[in-house]
Ligand binder design. Structure first.
Ligand SMILES: [Zn+2]
Length: 478
């Protein structure tokens, strides 16, 4: 690769008529050298539309210009001739666990074109990892990291921070902010007054909150409080059921068994299943208006919900198991048993429950509610990086167009001068068939070009790292 001086690149930008913003596009010393890379003759697909026969010019980790096929290039540019290929913005997985498994999660994401992740169970080690990635000491995707899980009493999550009063809720928000969380993660068992206090404190501390719709708070109310995202489709069936009042009463009447918090969680889910049998389209339309007004989004994590709705062994022989750390294998096999349907009737019921929830997500999307792609990777048979592509497929299966699924998978990303050069080059058109996002040719991120050989090597290294024992307990939740 030839180095081009910054002065030469600035001159070239000026020639393109981009002089005004050139200094911003290319910070640094005038004499310093820059690696300029051009992606020639690609079809660019982003949230602003489709641009055939495009050239995308990058300097290190920034996009400098997007032009036509014959765009003149600065001297010394490395040209990648990519005729017939498609380029999309880097993908985002908005619900990941296990970023701390840095030799597994991070390369699996990057090799699969996932250049940004939202880690939904944070702790100081991951906040530190986020900084090390940004400083360039560790090669990884951009991390947005949640707080520790904040839950009410009798939490099914080991290691959750338990909040029982509004004051404790406020303290939890201040602690999360001080420790370095990017958002506050709320969970199923928070009561309404604690959630309201958390919401108010988040607004004071200028930090967002996101996570599960608490069982005792209707989804529209949590959205009105400012909850930014709702994970796993929890709370959606109840909030759109014609029998909502009756089902909420039944949930309120559930006996508390301190010895078995997961049992209660599953009983609530059974009421959610029943709620899907009395779905009200007019309630859904009303709810969609509130979510839109509040800028709340759904992160349905269908790929993990599909595992939990299926017989325990359905995904156990996934060929990607070789990329899962050894300690996950036993953990996954056991964890899935608590969810899996067993009898023929249960299997049918759970498949139908999943189908109805997917329909509800598509319905909310059709009403204009934002949907974001997330996997819940780290949970059984859900793999960092790979499973994001499965989620895109499921979003299309649910009823979103491939274009809408791509938007969900890129957070509405665009490829424009000045933006970070996180790009995925594909061998096939994802708008024709969303499964073409799996036909990755090259990933560009943080100034690196991960071609087929580099990506193969990264995956081989992960496979090796996955065999090594890791002295840590799994930290996931769902
Ligand atoms: Zn999760």
């Amino acid at each position: 690769m030839t180095d081009t001086t910054r002065r030469e690149v600035l001159g070239w930008l000026a020639g393109l008529g981009a002089a005004a913003g050139a200094g911003l596009l290319l910070p640094g010393q005038a004499g310093a050298s820059t690696n300029v890379t051009a992606l020639r003759d690609v079809t660019l697909i982003d949230s602003s539309g489709v641009r055939p026969k495009a050239t995308i010019v990058l300097a290190d980790n920034k996009i400098l210009a997007v032009g036509s096929c014959d765009l003149p290039l600065p001297r010394g540019s490395t040209v990648l001739n990519l005729a017939g290929k498609f380029v999309i913005p880097g993908l985002w997985d908005m619900h990941v666990h296990g970023a701390y498994l840095d030799r597994i999660t991070l390369p699996l994401c990057l090799a699969n074109g996932v250049t940004g992740i939202r880690e939904m169970f944070g702790f100081p080690q991951i906040y530190e990892l986020r900084e090390r990635i940004e400083r360039g000491e560790v090669f990884g995707p951009r991390l947005i990291v949640g707080s520790t899980i904040i839950d009410g009493p009798h939490s099914p999550v080991t290691g959750a921070l338990i909040v029982t009063t509004p004051d404790e809720g406020r303290q939890a928000v201040r602690d999360a902010k001080r420790q370095g969380a990017d958002l506050v993660k709320v969970y199923s068992n928070l009561d309404r007054s604690s959630l309201a206090a958390i919401a108010d404190e988040c607004s004071k501390q200028a930090i967002t909150f996101a996570g599960h719709c608490p069982t005792l708070v209707p989804l529209g109310d949590a959205s009105d409080l400012g909850q930014r995202t709702f994970e796993h489709m929890y709370g959606l069936p109840l909030a759109t059921s014609a029998r909502e009042t009756q089902l909420r009463q039944a949930i309120a009447d559930l006996p508390i068994d301190p010895a078995n918090p997961f049992g209660r969680f599953m009983k609530v889910l059974e009421f959610e299943r029943q709620a899907t049998l009395s779905h009200s389209r007019s309630k859904a339309a009303q709810l969609a208006k509130r979510l839109q007004r509040n800028n709340s989004a759904l992160v349905p994590t269908m790929v993990t919900m599909r595992v939990f709705s299926s017989p325990a062994d359905r995904f156990a022989n996934d060929p990607r198991m070789k990329y899962a750390p050894v300690f996950y294998r036993d953990f996954w096999r056991e964890a899935v048993k608590g969810w899996a349907p067993v009898t023929d009737q249960e299997i049918r019921q759970q498949a139908e429950f999943l189908r109805r929830r997917m329909d509800q997500v598509a319905e909310m999307h059709a009403h204009g509610v934002e949907v974001l792609a997330g996997t819940d990777a780290g949970n059984p048979y859900t793999f960092p990086g790979f499973s994001l592509h499965d989620e895109l497929e499921l979003l299309v299966d649910a009823g979103l167009s491939p274009k809408a699924a791509l938007r969900a998978g890129t957070r509405g990303g665009t490829v424009k001068p000045g933006e970070a050069a996180n790009l995925v080059v594909l061998d096939g058109d994802p708008l024709k068939d969303i499964r073409n996002t799996q036909r990755i040719h090259t990933v560009l991120t943080r100034g690196k070009v991960l071609g087929p050989a580099e990506r193969r090597q990264m995956l081989a290294d992960v496979e090796k790292a996955a065999q090594e024992p890791i002295a840590t307990a799994a930290r996931t939740c769902c």
